[in-house]
Structure formats: C-alpha cells, structure tokens
Design a protein around this ligand. Structure first.
Ligand code: PLP
Length: 405
C-alpha cells in the first residue's frame, strides 16, 4: 500500500491543528472522506439533484439510477443474494431500531428472550430494551472475559426455547475484538434462532460475505467506511423482510393508500419511508469503489501492522493499562494512563494535534466490566502511518509527565 499517495486523496489530513500536523486517530467514531467521495456529492448537487422514484423527468430518473446503483454496489460488496435485501437507512443505529421494531412486531411475544453481548454499543442494546419493554420480552447477556473475548461456550446455557434473536457486534468499537460471528451464527441456527450482526466497526476492516456468514440481519454505517454521514444499511434475508411490518409510514413505502387502509411497496422500499438520503447513497457507492481499488485485504493487513506497532509501543510505556487483548483484533486500541483521567489525557493529546476519543465510547457495560469510567481510544485507518503512532506515543509520555506525579 502506498500510504503517502492514499493520504493525498484525503484533503482534511493535510491540516495543521494548533500548529501541529493533524494526527487523526478517531476513525472508529468516523472516517475522513477521500476526494472521490467529496466529488460524488458535489457532482450530484451540481448535475443531478432531484428527488428519486417519483418523477418521470430526466433529473429524477438520473437520481433514481444513482440511488439504485448504490444499492447494487452494497449488495455486491457484502455479497447479498438480491438487491431487495438491502434497505437504506441513516446508519447502523437506525438499521437496528428498524429491526427491533419490525422484528419485534412480527416475531416477539410476552416472555420471549433476546440475547445481546456484554460488549455491544448502546445502539445494539437500547433498541432491544425498548422493544422488550413494548412486548414484555426479556434481554439476556452473553458475557466476555477480561481479555475482551466473548464467552461463546456460555451461549448454550443462555439460549432457551424462548430465545427469538441473538444480536452481536462483529468488531467491538472499544476493545477492537473481532468476534467469531460465524461460529455464533452456526450455533444459533442449530436452535433455529436468527442472528443480527452489527457490522458498524467491521465493514471497513473485514471482508464481509453475508451468504457465507449466513447472518440473518446485518447493520452498517456509511460514514465509518469513508462515505457521507446519514447513510447506512440494514441487510436482511428476504423472507424476514417479507414477513416484517414496515417501521415507518410515509411516501415511497406504499403501493396504495386509501382511508380504508394502505398496502406496501415491493421490497426493499416497504422499509424506506420518506425522502431517502440519495446523495449519501451515491457517496457510499464512491467510497466502496475507492476501498475496492485499494483492496480490503491490503487495508486489513496494513492496519494490523499499525495495531501491532501501536500495541507494542504503548504497552512498553510504564503505567499504562490496555483494555482488550483478544487474539483477533481490528485496529482499535483502548487504554488509560494509570492515575490520570482519560479526559485530561485526551485534552493534552488534542493540544498536540492528535485526535483520539475519550469516554465510554457508548459502551457503558464494558466500562462496568473493568470498573472504569472511560478510556482513551486510538483507532487507525488505512491513511494512518507509523510516524503518527510515534507522535501519539510521545504525546502519551508527555501527558503522563504532566498528569501523574
Ligand atoms: N455499533 C457500533 C459497534 C458502533 O461502533 C457504532 C458507532 O460508533 C454504532 C453501532 C452506531 O453507528 P451510527 O452512529 O453510525 O448509527
């Protein structure tokens, strides 16, 4: 990988922050955008802007073409069977809320159970709590060990005849763990239980083939894979989408409307009420093309080198605790300087031009597991360099000197 050339594609990276070169290590929160993605947005608004699916005029047809081509791109990128299985959403959060509502209405009764893991993002906990509250169902938790690995052997004890769905993140946004989702899905299917994979942190690091995984549902966010914010996907097997009721009502999702009742549009539009983010969909298409040009396996290999280098360098500083040492990890590293508050560390790093995230990372149950209030999280993307990790390491040493007596 020619990282210096890749960096030239991301205009934001050449900035100075407080007089320092920007070192952007907050990629798990959102990724920066390459010029081709920015161009796709500009081109849409300067040449094609028009609402989709509703017009017979040239611009509307062109906009619809771009939107539906993006759907096909996503279908191919995750190897779904059909374009009808790709529902565009605002992001992973909306995808999971949509599923929690529609799946809950179709399949969940009082006394049923939903399993989530202890390392889920709040987006894959709270929608299920809301649904359980509505339906009188119960949320059960698959725990992880102190290395940050799911105790998948416990699954057999947690599953009961009442279990309706298992929800698990592919990659933990806090611990970096790459979970053995294929095994979990296999085990769940032995009991006839469908599985939702939260791929918000996986799509940009791991090659995903939904047919090979055989997951029933998968959620992803465009902005985590170099596309615009406000576009994401719920992948669902067609049979489920057929049987689930719509999440929201409005334009585009209906076949006919009368005061006696309404009928729904064909899949996947039944789940896409209102004006969709068609510009975002186009930007996702451009981003996926870009990632494919570089090659996801090349990206993953390079990011693994960055992670190994950073883990070795950071752990060699005295008085550092790293959270999450799973045997399979994506390029995310959470740590604390013992005796310093994560927020203060983040502030010191910021003044050096280093962008990291501090806090709970929307995973309060993980914080509870380790009895901490938060961590500092550095997360790497394909455009990060070993030199930037050196800058981070020097920054951590400086913060330690300032904050710890
Ligand atoms: N799931 C995981 C694992 C995440 O890391 C995130 C965001 O950080 C989400 C879900 C929610 O994604 P979004 O905010 O794009 O909807």
């Amino acid at each position: 990988m020619d990282v210096q050339n890749i960096r030239k594609d991301f205009p934001i990276l050449s900035q100075k922050i407080y007089g320092h070169d920007l070192v952007y290590l907050d990629n798990a929160a959102t990724t920066q955008k390459p010029q081709c993605v920015l161009d796709s947005i500009m081109k849409f608004y300067t040449q094609y802007n028009s609402n989709i699916h509703r017009g017979v005029h040239y611009l509307s047809e062109k906009a619809t073409e771009i939107y539906e081509a993006a759907r096909l791109k996503v279908k191919d990128f995750i190897n779904a069977k059909s374009r009808t299985e790709i529902v565009f959403t605002k992001g992973s959060t909306e995808a999971i809320n949509m599923l929690a509502y529609s799946f809950g209405e179709a399949y969940v009764q009082t006394g049923d159970e939903i399993i989530v893991s202890e390392m889920e993002h709040h987006s894959n906990i709270v929608p299920w709590q809301l649904m359980c509250g509505r339906k009188g169902a119960k949320l059960k938790v698959l725990p992880f060990n102190d290395k940050g690995e799911l105790l998948t052997a416990e699954l057999g004890k947690i599953i009961t005849p009442k279990t309706k769905l298992i929800c698990v993140t592919y990659v933990s946004n806090t611990l970096g763990t790459i979970n053995p989702v294929q095994g979990i899905i296999y085990q769940a299917h032995l009991h006839g239980i469908p599985v939702l994979v939260d791929a918000a942190q996986a799509i940009q690091h791991v090659k995903i083939d939904v047919q090979k995984l055989d997951c029933d549902f998968l959620a992803l966010s465009g902005h985590k894979i170099y596309a615009e914010t406000g576009i994401g996907v719920l992948y669902a097997k067609e049979d489920y989408l057929d049987k689930m009721p719509p999440y929201q009502g409005g334009g585009d999702m209906i076949k006919n409307v009368s005061f006696d009742g309404s009928t729904w549009a064909e899949l996947p539009l039944k789940f896409e009420a209102g004006t969709s983010n068609f510009v975002g969909a186009g930007s996702l298409h451009a981003a996926l093309d870009y990632v494919e040009t570089i090659g996801l396996s090349n990206i993953a290999e390079y990011e693994k080198q960055l992670l190994d280098y950073a883990s070795q360098k950071i752990s060699s500083i005295d008085g550092i605790t790293i959270y999450g040492n799973a045997s399979k990890k994506a390029s995310i590293i959470s740590f604390n300087i013992n005796g310093a508050h994560h927020y203060d560390v983040g502030m010191v790093l910021d003044k050096l031009g280093i962008a990291v995230r501090t806090g709970t990372h929307c995973t309060e149950p993980i914080m509870k597991h380790y009895s901490i209030t938060g961590t500092v999280r550095a997360s790497f993307a394909m455009y990060n360099t070993f030199e930037e990790i050196d800058v981070l390491v020097e920054g951590i040493k400086k913060a330690k000197k300032m904050l710890v007596n």
